[in-house]
Design a protein around this ligand. Structure first.
Ligand code: 73E
Length: 828
């Protein structure tokens, strides 16, 4: 028998098809109360989930018992967002049961793809940051690291998007309206948390001052556990999401004094906290409910961690920092820092210095953005109202920081103090959550090389002077299990054949595929797979939009949140340029292209919504213009989400990664698309730079200003109208937007884009990059004409991006930040 090493998990016993069939039918009867003759697809799906869960729960129990017995150090990932998508096929793949399940269901007369479509996406996140958290917990379980994800059990995830006359309409998402088979409620681990009220200063018998917080409100946190199944039967970790409820204790009080209606209102208010995910990517206003959401999940999670720690250590805190490390996913959970201080100082009666020491050993902080509007700040007065004790603690953290650190390095320098203070001065003073996070953490990282450099040079240069070793980089990654194996089974099978079957857990193996990049037979196989994926996507497009697209055209894809800095409007200007060339030159020679967009705009982001509207209106015009002769098609996919990404990415020829240099911290869609053999058109921004390094300059179309160019241009004074007047094509296109050409009878409906680029000053340098972008697109057109050349470039993309597995990101975090040990799970 093979011996298992310390890092290798014992494989779970796999079910065969017959056993799986029996289990599914058993659950149809025993769990769903129906039978094979009358069960709905929804019942079949739920019965299959229940059958899968038998395996999942075995793994969960084994993992939890092993971690408890071995008393392992564990990572605690704090994130306000987890963009999980569907779990059905993911769990089957990770358990190694997908093929058996497909066969079992087939023999029972069901199609597995139809069942997959029964599941709602778990869309508890906005975009990259939330999806990164989901990829990370997959990798942590796969690599057998003890870890738990903490977050909020939102009743409504990210809104559902549809279009009405081209305009975005938002509808609520109710992902668990009829119950979610993957989650387990844990009433035994409920927590209570406090908000509002006031702080009293009291003195004990020895004359020592103590602060006592008299809360105005108590709220119950109910944990829901979602098992996170590692690939190949390794660990099953947990994602623990907190749901808010009115505290029973508090409620009874009001109830007994005759206030039944008041009690019901209290209920509603308490339940509001976990009601809905804030739909803003990058920005968020100082909303009271958002601060309460942050505090709610952080406080519940810390209490949960401490409860578990005390189970084995009692009141002895000396091992706490050995057992516990907490990663703050951006500043959203940064209020954990003063909360842990409160628990240690006020509750455990620890000395301030000792408590602070502990905090600084436990927390690490990931920065995800440099955009000024996304750097979180909370009004001090809001803190005073919601968390009166925490603002006092923040003041004390700040006072000591300014006296003991800042004034020591820069004695008497008040300007430095003002710049570094956790409290921003002004008529409405603010708490700077980024500053608090840096001061309270032992490590701070950015999410791609260039971004981490900019975090140091532009965002926190003085903090680097104070603590040079605190700052590091961990480049993002994506899980190849979901983003290649599960979503692109055809390419996965080809890779299995050419490079062996280890690539899902050792993605560098894909580099062996480069040896076939000139092999005509493998090129044909690769391109045939792309063709089939494109044909499949074409039928999805037809179903969702009723637009016909030709699978032989170039599929050019831009999928990400809608934001000016991501420059979907640069893509649109290029489309308009091509359209105009066709109208002026009817035989204009270009490879037919389908431009596909997927993007949600934050409901309050006016210009983003205008860009969606413009794309839809222009799409409508171009798609119906006979003169175009199908050389251009434009499709805006409604309700872009993880599940749509899984269908679009395997079918992409071209990946649009065109943010203004310095603005996109990393990007992760760029990695998924390259992995699936798309060629990137991109700026030297975020992880594009590292992708270019890996794939080589022949296999990517880089264009535009660099970070240094952008800085230089802005320092000298950028004038977008120079480009408007100098380039007749730009002028004609922008003027076109003011006519009623795309919105018959309604001139000026698309003028917002032109205004933002001219009167608005074009803050993201769209016009400055336009000419170079058009050139890069011409290069793509040229490359695609040569089928062999294209196949080679696409294949080399797949072969070269092994670096971007989230397994590598996690190993980087482990060695640079977390210092965890792998823990093989014992099967009982
Ligand atoms: O570049 C992406 C990055 O790949 C960045 O914009 C995104 O995080 C990804 C993962 O590292 C991000 N999201 C947010 N900030 N940066 C954010 C801010 C506020 C609310 C929600 C998300």
């Amino acid at each position: 028998m093979k011996k298992h090493t310390a890092t290798e998990a014992t494989p779970v016993a796999r079910l065969n098809t017959e056993q799986l069939k029996d289990n599914i039918v058993r659950h149809l009867h025993a769990s769903l109360g129906t039978d094979v003759n009358k069960a709905s697809p929804q019942a079949w799906w739920r019965a299959t989930c229940a059958a899968i869960n038998e395996q999942v729960f075995d793994g969960l129990r084994n993992t939890q018992r092993t971690h408890y017995e071995k008393n392992t150090r564990a990572l605690h990932y704090f994130s306000l967002e987890y963009l999980m998508g569907r779990l059905f096929s993911n769990n089957l793949h990770n358990l190694g049961l997908y093929d058996q399940a497909r066969q079992a269901l087939g023999e029972l007369g069901m199609n597995i793809a139809d069942l997959e479509d029964q599941e709602e996406d778990m869309a508890l996140g906005n975009g990259g940051l939330g999806r990164l958290a989901a990829c990370f917990i997959d990798s942590l379980a796969t690599l057998n690291y003890p870890a738990i994800g903490y977050g909020i059990h939102y009743e409504h995830g990210l809104f559902k998007q549809s279009f009405q006359d081209g305009r975005q309409i938002e509808r609520p998402d109710s992902w668990r309206e009829y119950g979610n088979p993957w989650e387990i409620c844990r009433p035994e681990s409920v927590q209570e948390i406090s908000v509002y009220g006031y702080v009293e200063t009291v003195y004990d018998l020895q004359g020592r001052m103590k602060k006592v917080w008299h809360p105005g409100r108590i709220i119950k946190g109910v944990p829901w556990d979602i098992p996170v199944v590692g690939y190949n039967g390794s660990s099953v970790n947990v994602l623990r999401l907190w749901e808010s409820r009115a505290s029973d204790f508090f409620n009874w009080d009001v109830f007994n004094s005759g206030g039944y209606i008041d009690a019901a209102r209290e209920n509603i208010e308490a339940e509001t906290i976990s009601k809905v995910l804030y739909p803003n990517d990058e920005t968020d206003a100082g909303k009271e409910l958002r601060l309460i959401q942050q505090y709610f999940f952080v406080s519940c999670s810390l209490k949960d961690i401490i409860r578990r720690y005390k189970r084995s250590h009692g009141d002895d805190w000396s091992d706490f920092a050995k057992q516990v490390v907490i990663q703050l996913n951006d500043t959203h959970p940064a209020v954990a820092i003063p909360e842990l201080m409160r628990i240690l100082v006020d509750r455990a009666e620890m000395q301030w210095d000792q408590a602070w020491n502990l905090c600084q050993q436990v927390f690490a902080y990931t920065n995800h953005t440099l955009l000024p509007e996304a750097l979180e700040k909370w009004p001090v007065r809001l803190f005073e109202k919601v968390l009166p004790r925490h603002i006092e603690i923040i003041y004390e953290i700040n006072r000591r920081f300014l006296v003991e650190q800042v004034d020591v390095l820069w004695p008497g320098d008040n300007q430095k103090k003002r710049k570094l203070s956790i409290i921003e001065e002004g008529h409405d003073p603010m708490v700077r959550m980024g500053h608090l996070s840096v001061v309270g953490s032992f490590r701070v990282n950015g999410v791609a090389e260039i971004h981490s450099t900019l975090v140091k040079s532009d965002l926190f240069p003085e903090m680097v002077a104070l603590w040079p070793d605190k700052f590091t980089n961990v480049t993002n990654g994506v899980t190849p299990r979901r983003w290649l194996k599960a979503c692109n089974p055809r390419l996965s099978a080809l890779l299995d054949k050419q490079v062996g079957t280890n690539w899902p857990t050792d993605l560098k193996q894909l580099s062996k595929f480069a040896a076939f990049a000139d092999d005509p037979a493998i090129q044909d196989a690769f391109m045939a797979i792309k063709q089939q994926n494109k044909a499949e996507l074409a039928s999805v497009v037809k179903k969702l939009t009723n637009i016909d697209i030709d699978p032989h055209a170039i599929f050019d894809i831009q999928i990400k949140r809608l934001h000016e800095y991501k420059r979907q409007h640069l893509n649109l200007l290029h489309i308009l340029a091509l359209y105009r060339r066709i109208l002026q030159e009817p035989d204009y020679d270009m490879v037919p292209r389908v431009f596909l967009f997927g993007a949600k705009a934050a409901p309050g982001y006016k210009l983003a919504k205008e860009i969606i509207y413009a794309i839809n209106k222009i799409a409508d015009k171009i798609n119906h213009d006979k003169r175009v002769k199908n050389r251009i098609k434009v499709v805006f996919m409604p309700n872009y989400r993880v599940t749509l990404a899984e269908k679009m990415i395997p079918a992409a020829d071209v990946s649009e990664q065109i943010s203004t240099a310095g603005k996109e911290a990393s990007g992760t869609g760029n990695m998924k698309l390259a992995l699936n053999g798309a060629v990137t058109v991109g700026t030297l921004d975020g992880a594009n730079i590292e992708i270019a390094e890996e794939v080589g300059s022949d296999n990517i179309a880089i264009f535009g200003l660099t970070v240094d160019d952008v800085k230089a241009l802005q320092a000298k004074g950028y004038n977008s109208s120079d480009y408007y007047y100098a380039d007749p094509e730009i002028k004609a296109i922008l003027d076109w937007l003011e006519t009623d050409y795309f919105t018959p009878g309604k001139p000026g409906e698309l003028a917002a884009i032109k205004r933002s680029l001219l009167e608005g000053g074009d803050p993201y340098l769209v016009l400055a990059d336009f000419a170079s972008y058009v050139k890069a697109q011409e290069k793509i057109d040229l490359w695609y004409r040569d089928k062999t050349l294209w196949a080679k470039k696409a294949m080399l993309n797949t072969a070269s991006v092994g670096k971007f597995t989230s397994d590598r990101s996690i190993e980087d975090y482990v060695s640079r930040v977390w210092q965890l040990q792998k823990c093989a799970v014992n099967v009982k």
